[in-house]
Design a protein around this ligand. Structure first.
Ligand code: NAD
Ligand code: IPM
Ligand code: MN
Length: 351
């Protein structure tokens, strides 16, 4: 098979981890005998400073024919975040109906949890984040700017289609795991309309899955449980914002943001899906060559799985865990490997 993949390294360490990912992808393509057509797009904050937009007006049309998009990170200190993200990353997720943001959390071999006494047996769950609506909406505005009557309104949008499809995906995913356990993140005690609706749809959709053990927690105590009882969780489904928060917190108990992968899935494959590390452009370490590429490698594993090259993806993660298991770690995990040296070790363990 020949795969058409769009690369968007983006900004900051995105420009370091995506080249590392391309190196391992090329080795895997040779070893597992699949074809790769990689097309790089310069869409980024640097592009914005030159052209006044994060991508050209037909940017999404340019990306449309690809089977998958591999993205690094978007954001730079000299461009407002709401401009850069609403100009590139969020339109891709929304226009291509990548309504599931799948974010696994697992303690990898050789990485220790900051939670005393916790091992790999305790930390292995999936965050399923709604990815196209909810609290991330462009409906709202500001009036009386700069006066003492200033008022800002931001709407949340929860549609039956949008809520049901992500909960259904979470149900199906949980049914395929041994624990068959699904947790919903809610806040129906404080949020007046959207969260009671989320709970109602959670009950309605999960009713089709009598073999699933279902529970729900308010997002505030759920964050505490992630720290105190990570072993309680298997699949956790949440709205866009709650899923965002949980998917930084989850990896924090498993080594941090440098190892957190994600898959933005258009489940029906009508549009391209996008694979990206959960982390951002990390301006504080960009240019130093020390970014941890594991989040990108793991995202590539998810992409290979999605493309039907699961054995290649499994080999990649086995190689990563061989290297981490041998004690070679990047600086964020307490080691002294650079992006390049870690990548070379992974490639060495692959062949
Ligand atoms: P961030 O993820 O960029 O960085 C948070 C901290 O984690 C920093 O100390 C950084 O050095 C560290 N870190 C992140 N990735 C790492 C890696 N691979 N290896 C080692 N250390 C790593 O989050 P932030 O500081 O909130 O955001 C910086 C910029 O990135 C902002 O513009 C933000 O909007 C953007 N952002 C983009 C995305 C995305 O493109 N998906 C995600 C999050 C943040
Ligand atoms: C993520 C990021 C993005 C999000 C930001 C950069 C808009 O934090 O991918 O988790 O909130 O979705
Ligand atoms: Mn986030």
């Amino acid at each position: 098979m020949d795969y058409q993949i769009a690369l968007i390294p983006g900004d900051g360490i995105g420009r370091e981890v995506i080249p590392a990912g391309v190196k391992v992808l090329e080795v895997l393509a040779k070893e597992f005998q699949f074809g790769l057509q990689l097309t790089e797009f310069p869409f980024s904050c640097a592009y914005y400073r030159q052209h006044g937009e994060m991508m050209p007006a037909d940017g999404l049309e340019q990306l449309r024919p690809f089977q998958a998009i591999l993205l690094g990170a978007v954001g730079a200190p000299n461009v407002a975040d709401h401009v850069s993200l609403w100009g590139l990353l969020l339109p891709i997720r929304r226009q291509f109906e990548q309504y599931v943001n799948l974010r696994p959390v697992r303690l990898l071999n050789g990485i220790s949890s900051p939670l005393a006494g916790r091992t790999a047996a305790d930390i292995d769950f999936l965050v399923v984040r709604e990815n196209t609506e909810g609290e991330y909406s462009d409906i709202g505005g500001r009036l009386f700017t700069g006066t003492d009557r200033e008022v800002v309104v931001q709407e949340s949008v929860f549609t039956r289609k949008g809520v049901d499809r992500v909960i259904r995906f979470a149900c199906e995913t949980a049914m395929n795991r041994p624990a068959r356990h699904l947790t919903s993140a809610t806040k129906s005690n404080g949020i007046r309309f959207t969260m009671p609706y989320w709970d109602e749809r959670f009950r309605a959709v999960t009713a089709d899955y009598p073999d699933l053990r279902c529970d729900q927690f308010h997002i505030d105590i759920l964050t505490a449980h992630f720290v105190q009882h990570p072993d309680w969780f298997d699949v956790v489904v949440g709205s866009n914002l709650f899923g965002d928060i949980l998917s930084d917190l989850g990896p924090a108990v498993a080594g941090g943001i440098g190892v957190a992968p994600s898959a933005n899935l258009n489940v029906e494959r009508e549009f391209p899906s996008m694979f990206e590390p959960v982390h951002g452009s990390a301006p504080d370490i960009a240019g130093q060559g020390v970014a941890n590429p594991i989040a990108t490698f793991w995202s590539i594993q998810m992409m290979l799985d999605f493309l039907g090259e699961a054995p290649a993806g499994a080999a990649l993660m086995a190689a990563v865990e061989k290297v981490t298991g041998d004690g070679f770690l990047t600086r964020d995990l307490g080691g002294s490997e650079t992006t390049d040296s870690f990548t070379e070790r992974v490639i060495g363990s692959l062949s």
